[in-house]
Write a protein that binds this ligand. Structure first.
Ligand code: PLP
Length: 380
């Protein structure tokens, strides 16, 4: 069966359906060679492979699965999510203009600010979940790129991707969506008009907190896509074969993991929203969330595994609760099978987050155990 015709569960479980032609293995082999031989007439023995920086079997295989899951034409893997973001932004010409959502992953914001300063690029930061504000930012002067993150980390805002694509295209810009917290299982921005999607594959796509990776997926290849590909090979921002192999293995259970994480997160959010020690729960699955209706439309398969909540009593009480948790590991990152908790204001102290905000990434453990852990930590 053509991988393009497979449903996500089949595509992921069978890693694109590839059987190793030499051994018959149902698991692909790892080929770690950095270079590939030519025959006596100087033709490459396998025209797809010359040197590992340009050609990597395991990376190609993982990219095929990722492009299929996201409904895109092609995917490009990078050694981290930030390398994928940098690969994209490096295509913006010096003196250009970009529109970037505010209140997104702090590492992205910091890097983009610094990059734009160095390259004399005008950076317009805007709350893209507010379409009027996004519309104004796009209408001002043409831009090369509109960058949004949905759901946003850690504010958990949802961007109307179809509307954002219309606004970006009217400004002659590409719309690129960081869909890390949604995964390709819950949301497919390319089908809503986005030009490219980016994921930190370090998160739920790999899912086991043991691979660093990033991916860009395009609706159709074009000049910007070609520039990124050229730069990735020449500048060497490539993922190694071992990581790509592990990623393929991790992705086999992606739909199952995401389903369980979503169910657990929903149960946890419902518990937290009624808890007297909690001021607010930011989770798009709750009807009280400002973007709930939009999230239900854009993420029909579930609302994800990431959420933030504000503990009454500020940083002191939030850190006290985090310190008492036994199952949630106090660690950065998200999307793994194990649940994590992070006091984000400690990590991004001047970004305007409420001092009592804790962000949790809900894993695949028993939901009752997770809720009991939160209950004892919050002291009720
Ligand atoms: N985008 C989001 C939403 C993230 O949460 C992260 C990392 O936390 C990144 C991008 C960067 O990815 P990486 O850590 O793989 O470089």
């Amino acid at each position: 069966m053509d991988p393009k015709e497979m449903h996500p569960a089949t595509l992921a479980a069978q890693a694109g359906g590839m059987i190793d032609p030499q051994s018959g293995g149902v698991v692909p082999p790892i080929q770690p060679s950095t270079t590939f031989v030519r025959d006596r007439d100087y033709a490459p023995v396998n025209p797809d492979n010359t040197y590992l920086r340009y050609h990597n079997e395991a990376v190609r295989h993982a990219e095929l699965v990722l492009a299929g899951l996201e409904g895109g034409a092609e995917a490009m893997l990078f050694p981290s999510g930030m390398a994928a973001i940098a690969g994209l932004f490096r295509t913006v010409p010096n003196g250009g203009r970009v529109v970037v959502q505010s209140g997104i992953y702090w590492g992205t914001t910091q890097w983009i600010r610094d990059f734009c300063t160095r390259r004399d690029i005008t950076l317009c930061e805007v709350d893209a979940s507010d379409l009027d504000a996004l519309s104004k930012a796009c209408a001002e002067v043409p831009a090369q790129l509109v960058w949004v993150e949905s759901p946003s980390n850690p504010w958990m805002k949802i961007v109307d991707i179809e509307a954002a694509a219309g606004l970006a295209h009217a400004a002659n810009a590409l719309l690129v969506v960081d869909s890390t917290a949604a995964t390709p299982i819950l949301s497919q921005p390319l089908k809503m008009g986005a030009d490219m999607v980016m994921h930190s594959a370090t998160k739920a796509i790999n899912g086991h907190s043991d691979v660093l990776g990033g991916v860009l997926i395009t609706r159709e290849p074009g000049s910007v896509w070609e520039m990124i590909a050229e730069d990735r090979g020449s500048a060497g921002a490539v993922m190694g074969p071992f990581e790509a192999w592990l990623l393929l293995r991790g992705m086999r259970t992606l739909p199952l993991r995401v389903k369980q994480m979503c169910a657990n997160a929903m149960a946890v959010a419902e518990f937290l929203q009624d808890h007297p020690a909690i001021e607010t729960v930011l989770f798009p699955g709750l009807p009280s969330h400002q973007d709930h209706a939009l999230a239900a439309r854009q993420m029909p398969g579930g609302f994800g595994f990431l959420m933030s909540f504000v503990v009454k009593g500020g940083a002191e009480q939030a850190l006290r609760a985090a310190g008492r948790l036994n199952l949630f590991h106090r660690a950065t990152s998200l999307g793994g099978v194990e649940s994590l908790v992070e006091h984000r204001p400690t990590i991004e102290p001047h970004s305007g987050l409420p001092e009592g905000l804790l962000r949790i990434s809900v894993g695949i453990e028993d939901a009752g155990d997770l809720i009991a852990d939160l209950a004892q930590a919050l002291g009720q």
